[in-house]
Ligand binder design. Sequence first.
Ligand SMILES: Cc1ncc(COP(=O)(O)O)c(C=O)c1O
Length: 376
Amino acid sequence: MPDTRSFERPGLRDIAGYVPGEQPAGGVKLNTNENPYPPPPAVAETLARFPVERLRRYPPAAGDPFRTAAAHLHGVDPNEIVATNGGDELLRLALATYVDPGEAVAIAPPTYSLYKVLIRLHGARPVELPLTEGWETPDGFVDALDRSGARLAFFVNPHAPSGRLFERGAVEAIAAGFDGVLLVDEAYVDFVDPAHGYDLVPAIREHPNLLVLRTLSKGYSLAGLRFGYGIGSAPLLEPMQTKTKDSYNVDALAAEIARAAIESRTWAADNWATVRTERERLRAGLARLGLPTLPSETNFVLATVPPDALARCPDDRGVGTAANALYLALKARDVHVRWFGETRLADRLRITVGTPEENDRLLAVLADLLSPAPAH
Ligand SMILES: Cc1ncc(COP(=O)(O)O)c(C=O)c1O
């Protein structure tokens, strides 16, 4: 008989893990908000030039020289940057640094579903302050947040999965009225139209409780590298730098590649502009097919699938919502988008903006799937 004892700690048994998007080998992949364009050329050059001999030694503990380059990019001090193994590591570090097990951590659902999983894994208590139907913070949000007693709040901006952008003033008002750490997850900020003039980073000077999350996964096409960083006041970051992060949490090669990438910002910015143009073309195409989307400042759109689409969708397997049926029908045709079986999202599809060819393919398959049934 095999030994089937479980050594999982009891507190972990009832916690469902985060379910990442699928990683199909081929097809049109519009399900995990990756950048459709390659990383900047400087990334390949850095890889080719990297002296393998350096891997014999431990890397610089704080991820330098990346940290210096990021400080330069944002006009802050290197002590106001913490380099992390993907943006996701910063979420974990924020919990480990600012929250004791049992304490409250606030989220504003619908939001990035990893937050709640990590809060539970930490033994902390998620407090939910839902956004309104219009994806706004409800009246009295800041007071409610402060009264919740949360030590930390995760707030994503631009918002995922709706794509909307909260103005800097609105985010600062949350930081000002909240007596805990406000982590503003800016995973998608690179795709915001520069016309908005949105830049929250200077606000770290006024708000010592503000921690801004950035990642190279989206804007710099480096999801496979696992590199992100936090920006915040030096005293806020200090216990993270000296206590909670692993001694060598980012490796020497990743830090060099990440530095080369952010130093190629102008190159990357051309891609962001292309993504913005495609985003609007995709939204228009989806609207023509009866799938309305919200305005988005990210590299994805959230499309509503009206109930009548179910009747128009040949692959309905009686699974429930039209959006789920459409998701499955697209998948069967090797076009991958994301469906979340959650409150307020079950009738939507989240679709990453791909290359023009990928977007055309998605629209063509959708047009085929949703064509009105021939009259008999
Ligand atoms: C809202 C949000 N935050 C953070 C991340 C983390 O990204 P990464 O860990 O790849 O840097 C993601 C990735 O999908 C995301 O969607």
